[in-house]
Design a protein around this ligand. Sequence first.
Ligand code: HSE
Length: 407
Amino acid sequence: MAKIAVLGYGTVGSGVVEILDANAESISKKAGQPIEVKSVLDLRDFPGDPIQEKIVHDIDLVINDDEIDVVVEVMGGVEPAFTFVKRALEAGKSVCTSNKALVAAHGAELLAMAKERSLNFMFEASVGGGIPIIRPLNQALTADEITKITGIMNGTTNYILTKMSNDGSSYEEVLKEAQALGYAERNPEADVEGYDACRKIAILTSLADGRTVNFEEITTEGITKISNEDFAYARKLNSVIKLLATSYRKDGKVYAITAPFLIDTTHPLYNVNGVLNGIYVNGNMVGDVMFFGAGAGKLPTASAVVGDIIDCVKHKGTNVCVIWDDEKLELAPTRDEVRSFFVRVKGNASDTAMVKEQFGDVEIITVDGLDNEFGFITDRMTEEAFDKAASNVDMISRIRIDDTKLQ
Ligand code: HSE
């Protein structure tokens, strides 16, 4: 019998307990032994819930319990999670976590601590919820050099953008609805400003490269400025607007960005809608691979955590090697990235001289009902050249275009 402790009895923690109970028999077979939740750390009590008899309020009761082999950290946030995870590893316990903030900030250090002690630090649920993406990068795709990762990695913002696209509702209306449905937090900043997706692409890029990406250095823009007018143009262009978290390697340099992008029907992520996530990976040998499914939610996320728990139990005494050093990966500057841009400018569509002077003979796009403005798509150009040209026109907004295609 393997005994575990769960830190945090919130959405994911209660999902972990539920799955270990519901699938106890098959999990026992796959782990080689039954897995029992011995204690659950939470500040709260849960009177009437069978979990109450396992609730503890003191982390020392977990750390000092020699029967506990695996600690499951599903509290979220960097502290006190980081301190608790370090203490668990120091005490000889493997750790599984769904906490992307923790992994993005301290992944390399915690992996090294686990390796030194022949333990494991696993974090499949930290990116893409229930979608397997960490293990594929660490195991199935290690023959390849990963050349590109592009994903819709945040369910909340994908829900909002999909609703805006389909229903024509405003950002504010859809955000309120998403909050009422529990898809968006009361304080939605981490999702809508792109911080959550930024941490996820930092984790995946670090794993793909083997060095640490500082998530604070990734250019990150959220979706709060995306408007119905932007979607009106997108529809005319047979396109949608998605928050993409992306990184790629070119000429020995690695670029990364999290921002809204316009993508057309031929893009592999065009049909990833609602709260679903999708992640496209290109390897230099395997070519294109796609991962798709539930990127958030109680049971999908807990499913990934329980998969890690089983792996930790199976590998007791053996470190499953993950290459992610604390050596820093310097990202190439976003200003050097080359792409096309969709631009909206103020003015009359018959008076495009200034736009054409700056951007060449671009095709002018107009939308019925949107007077005194027009749009156009630039040729491919660097971000730096775009910013310079855009400063000479009366720009309302611009959205980058991602032209990833399945090859
Ligand atoms: N807030 C995140 C999302 C949860 O919306 O995708 C999963 O990381």
